[in-house]
Structure formats: C-alpha cells, structure tokens
Design a protein around this ligand. Structure first.
Ligand code: PEP
Length: 254
C-alpha cells in the first residue's frame, strides 16, 4: 500500500496561495512513491483542481444530509463537484469546537461515501485520557461509533491525539505504532491505511515513519509551506528505505 501524506490548511489560504498549491502538486508528481492529498478551504477546491488536475484534493468537512435547508453548509456532492476526491471527517477541531459527536460523524461518513468521496476519519484521545492511560480504549470506542458499521473500503484513519495537534508535542513512536495496530485490529476485513497527525515535521516524521506501524501523516501547519511539506514527503521516502531494511517494524538498537 502506498504511504499517504495529507495536508490540512484549516481556515487558511486564499487565491494568493494558488502558487503554493502548484508547488505541492509539483512535489507530489516528482515523488510518486507517496500519495499526496491537500485539503485547502472549500473556496479553493475548484481553482486548485484547475491548476493541479492530478493532485489529490480533499475537503475538510461535509454535511450529514444529502441536501436541504442547511444555510451555510456544503454537501458531499457539492464538494465532489468542486474537485474533492476525499473528505476529512471527525477532526478534533470539529468534535470539540462544534460539538460533533460520533453518531453525526457516522452519518457524514455514509453521505460522503454515497457521493463518491473517500474519507479520512480522524480519531484521538484528549490529554486527560492520555494521562490516565486510556488512549487505546478511547480511540477504539470513537472508531467503532464513528464508523457506524462501515467497512474499510475507501477509508483511511488518522490517529490524532488532541493534545498533540498544534502543540509541538508528539507521542513516542512505539505508542503511535501500538494505537495504529489497535485501529487496524478493529477491522475484520482488509484494514484501511492508518496515518498519524499532530505536530508532524520532517524531523519527527522521519523517526515516526522509520519506526513503522503507520502508513503516513496528516499535517496541519507544515502543509502551509511547500518546502516544509515536501521535506516531510522526502523524509517518508527515506524512512521507507529504513523500514525495508528492518522489516519487523524498523526497530534499531543503535
Ligand atoms: C491537524 O490539524 O490535523 C494537525 C495535525 O495540525 P498540526 O500538524 O499543525 O499539529
């Protein structure tokens, strides 16, 4: 399975950022060993699709209903028409700032799939859950409820500890690998790709990826800089070589 790198611009970026999108598309084309998807604000999807026809593009959210009286919201089909092929669902900023619960996320997932979008479903524990040693249990429960019975088809999971997002703190590689395994074990059939997200840089990304257990990254701040984002892409490719030399997961005592 090709590793995946997803950039989430959140509520950042306007028409002046099109050269940045072009630069990211260029890097994605130069390094096809990693599947790259960029999630700019929905207002840029259409223009991004015009200037970067081959780049993976994602939306950052969609409504749970197919259409209707939902002022200000965007449906999965609208986002698909604008150029998205994927949608992020369950990002912690939506769970915590907008009160989205697992049942709503499961409904969004069903609607997104019906509209032909792939889904990157985000799960992750809070600092309090982490401190109490409840990370695996919380993530498993969130996952089961947010999936609402959906299988792994067209799906990727982002493990994003809430305390690591935007904080410059990252968990230990072994901890990330154990949670990624628990996520994979939750799928009876073929498991989806499991990404890690939360303060990823080229430096910590190289170490996390070489450790093994994850299939890529969901990146916030560092995706707003083409050089920083490309550095993460290159670090993943370099770390893949380390993983191949240490197939048990890239653990190395030195
Ligand atoms: C995110 O928003 O999903 C994220 C991981 O942000 P950052 O990389 O800035 O921590």
């Amino acid at each position: 399975m090709r590793p995946m790198l997803v950039g989430n611009w959140k509520m950042n970026g306007d028409g002046t950022c099109l050269p940045l999108i072009a630069a990211i598309a260029d890097a994605a084309a130069r390094y096809p060993g990693v599947e790259v998807t960029l999630c700019p604000p929905a207002t840029l999807l259409d223009r991004a699709r015009s200037i970067a026809p081959a780049l993976g593009l994602g939306a950052q959210d969609c409504h749970a209903e197919r259409d209707g009286a939902h002022t200000g919201d965007l449906s999965a089909a609208m986002l698909r028409e604008a150029g998205a092929d994927l949608v992020l669902l369950g990002h912690s900023e939506r769970r915590h700032d907008h009160g989205e619960d697992d049942a709503l996320i499961a409904a969004k997932l069903r609607t997104a799939r019906a509209a032909g979008l792939r889904v990157l479903l985000c799960v992750g524990e809070t600092a309090a859950d982490h401190a109490a040693g409840r990370s695996v249990a919380v993530v498993r429960e969130q996952l089961t409820r947010s999936l609402g019975g959906a299988d792994g088809e067209g799906l990727a999971i982002a493990y994003e500890p809430v305390w690591a997002i935007g904080s410059d703190r990252v968990p230990e590689g072994a901890e990330v690998a154990a949670i990624a395994d628990a996520i994979r074990d939750s799928f009876p059939g073929e498991a989806p790709r499991v990404l890690y997200g939360g303060s990823v840089t080229a430096e910590n990304g190289a170490a996390l990826f070489a450790q093994g257990g994850i299939d890529g990254f969901l990146v916030g701040r560092q995706s707003l800089d083409a050089d920083a984002f490309t550095a993460i892409l290159k670090a993943m490719l370099q770390a893949s070589t380390v993983r191949h030399r240490h197939p048990e997961g890239g653990h190395c005592d030195r």
